[in-house]
Design a protein around this ligand. Structure first.
Ligand SMILES: Cc1cc2nc3c(=O)[nH]c(=O)nc-3n(C[C@H](O)[C@H](O)[C@H](O)COP(=O)(O)O)c2cc1C
Length: 277
């Protein structure tokens, strides 16, 4: 629990008003167990008199990113599918992991764990097992027996397009071709417990997105990898092979490494349809 040092408290009530759980009794200094440990009370206290569950109080620095910087960053962030063989050193990886403490999580439940796959053999194994798991699924969906059912129950699946995609995918799948992992030196797998009402899947993509942006500032390139997360979701044996705990599901995967390519032009794209009520 955060700790309120009442002797320094000026009763401004900023913490009380900002607490999402309404958990603070400022007269007694007692915080109710409904506290979600988000630390808003610590962050907002002008006298720095509320101490966090973990670590010290650190003053926030003014953010120097202008809207134009963010626009430029957004246009610059491209999926990286071509990596140098250079490994990510442990200090840099630690920076990526450490910063995850700042990322948002539904109800601040922070259910995610990260598995860092970094050995060349394991990345290759991840690539190949993902490819074979997906080929099995493609074969299943596009099998002549299932075709009529897919047409009725999943009309959005374009079977001829899928069949062509499958053929190209199978053709490319040769040992060492790395068509899923693109020889990335590191893969981060975001996983967490399976819950009925939890939002770990949303958390995972948010965490992967923040990680991708931070990685970019460190000179790294990234690729969200739906192939890996889809294959892992389907395959219990794959999860076991990568030591994902039995009660966990895989929610996202991110390839990380030093890019071989550099993009120099912005790309024109449609903005999303917007609706105003
Ligand atoms: C949820 C998600 C899953 C993705 N999965 C893959 C993938 O498995 N393999 C891949 O090469 N790219 C993958 N991508 C990258 C997209 O193809 C890419 O974001 C898109 O083509 C736009 O290009 P850009 O990221 O360079 O702007 C994925 C992106 C997202 C958001």
């Amino acid at each position: 629990m955060p700790e309120i040092k009442l002797d320094k408290c000026i009763q401004c009530l900023k913490c009380v008003n900002d607490c999402p759980s309404g958990a603070i009794n400022i007269e007694s200094g007692v915080i109710d167990p409904s506290c979600i440990h988000c630390g808003h009370c610590v962050a907002i206290c002008p006298e720095s008199t509320i101490y966090p569950d973990k670590g010290e109080i650190k003053k926030l620095e003014a953010v120097g990113i202008l809207p134009v910087n963010f626009e430029n960053l957004s246009a610059t962030l491209r999926t990286c599918r071509s990596y140098q063989s250079k490994e990510i050193d442990s200090e840099t990886m630690e920076l990526l992991l450490e910063n995850m403490k700042h990322y948002p999580s539904a109800s601040n439940s922070r259910p995610l764990e990260i598995t860092h796959v970094k050995s060349k053999d394991m990345v290759e194994k991840l690539n190949d097992t993902t490819a074979y798991t997906l080929i099995k699924s493609f074969n299943f969906i596009s099998s002549p027996l299932l075709k009529p059912l897919v047409k009725v129950f999943a009309p959005s699946i374009d079977i001829p397009k899928l069949a062509k995609y499958k053929d190209t995918f199978i053709e490319k799948q040769k040992p060492g071709s790395s068509q899923v992992c693109y020889h990335a030196p590191s893969v981060l797998i975001f996983h967490g417990p399976v819950t009925k009402f939890g939002m770990a899947a949303a958390d995972a993509y948010i965490w992967a997105t923040y990680t991708s942006i931070y990685a970019h500032t460190l000179g790294l390139g990234t690729c969200f990898n739906g192939f890996i997360s889809n294959a892992m979701k389907r395959s219990k044996s794959m999860r076991a092979a990568f030591n994902i705990p039995a009660k966990h599901q895989v929610y996202a995967a991110l390839l990380v490494g030093y890019p071989k390519v550099k993009y120099v032009n912005q790309v024109g794209r449609e903005k999303p349809k917007a609706h105003t009520l």
